[in-house]
Design a protein around this ligand. Structure first.
Ligand code: NDP
Length: 295
């Protein structure tokens, strides 16, 4: 029996509605408007689209949104100066520097210059370290979105075999860490993994974060597995047009898996929704506010 499409877009919408209610509460009860600043350096077309989407979602949730654009030729010192100012700005609770940065700017230095309490991307080394040892930390938005989708769908994840393909600091590693925290038995696969199809086939939960169009085929998937496709790949189609595909061959996967996230409309919208969640969390922590559970 064919599996189901896991509708990340619809679920993200409900997360965003909840965030909007929380923002309303913070404004009416605490006179607090959460603020997110996004820094964009250069004119990378994909980054421009991401930044525009983040800006729209932030405003729609009722938050303050600030966009700072710098020329592609900006120096590292100029980028660091922007980050320093945002760190000191009390109306800004979350800071996101859109990656990739131009080659003359050291990404690690910039990320680690962000106040860890405002690091809504969860990439700062302090947050990474806290995540690794299981302390309360700002978690990266994409893995946070994926684990939320999985828990919503499967309930208790404990004891399940999870395979994460990809070991990047922004997706693969934090994803594995969140699955481990849910007591899954976790395998991290990467470009040197031997017999990847066999490794994938052991997974009750398969997370693909590779960046290779439709690399994961139907016969790599265990019947009844849940598949989360993080990949976003633009491929050429007939007539000089392009379209987005994931790292998983969706048609093949859905014929064998229990559920599969589509691309687009799966993990992507969850990432933006959890950026808003992290910004509200940062604002509440900065003002020592506990949000009521029932909002
Ligand atoms: P990276 O390029 O940083 O990491 C890719 C990982 O895939 C690496 O660990 C690499 O292994 C592994 N890999 C590459 N080729 C193979 C292969 N043939 N077999 C097995 N493993 C392989 O990518 P990111 O983690 O940043 O992103 C992954 C994908 O997710 C991209 O398509 C990106 O666009 C997308 N993405 C989507 C987001 C969303 O919101 N939906 C957010 C962030 C990313 P090794 O380490 O050995 O080189």
């Amino acid at each position: 029996m064919a599996g189901q499409k896991i509708d990340g877009k619809q679920f993200a919408e409900s997360v965003r509605e909840r965030v909007a209610r929380q923002v309303d509460y913070l404004q009416s009860e605490h006179k607090l408007k959460p603020g997110l600043a996004v820094v964009l350096v250069g004119e990378d077309p994909a980054s421009q689209v991401y930044v525009r989407n983040k800006n729209t979602a932030t405003l729609k949730a009722g938050m303050k949104s600030e966009e700072i654009r710098l020329e592609a030729s900006a120096s590292q010192e100029e980028v660091l100066e922007v980050v320093r100012k945002l760190n000191e700005d009390s109306s800004i609770h979350g800071i996101l520097v859109q990656l990739p940065l131009p080659p003359q700017v050291d990404e690690t230095a910039v990320i680690n210059a962000i106040d860890p309490a405002k690091d809504v991307d969860g990439f700062h080394v302090i947050n990474t370290g806290r995540q690794a040892v299981g302390l309360d930390a700002m978690m990266p938005c994409t893995p946070l979105g994926c684990i939320t989708l999985l828990k919503e769908r499967l309930g208790d994840l404990s004891g399940l075999n999870a395979v994460v393909v990809g070991r990047s600091n922004i997706v693969g590693k934090p994803m594995a860490s969140l699955l481990l925290a849910e007591s899954c038995t976790v395998t991290i696969a990467h470009s040197r993994t031997k017999d990847l199809p066999e490794v994938c086939k052991r997974a009750d939960i398969l997370v693909a974060a590779v960046g290779r169009p439709e690399m994961i085929r139907g016969d790599w998937i265990k019947p009844g597995a849940t598949v989360i496709d993080v990949g976003i790949n633009r491929v050429n189609v007939d007539g000089g047009k392009t379209r987005l595909v994931g790292d998983v061959n969706f048609e093949e996967a859905i014929a064998i898996a229990e559920g599969v996230t589509p691309v687009p409309g799966g993990v992507g919208p969850m990432t933006i929704a959890f950026l808003l969640v992290n910004t509200v969390t940062a604002a509440c922590r900065a003002h020592n506010i506990q949000l009521p559970e029932d909002i």
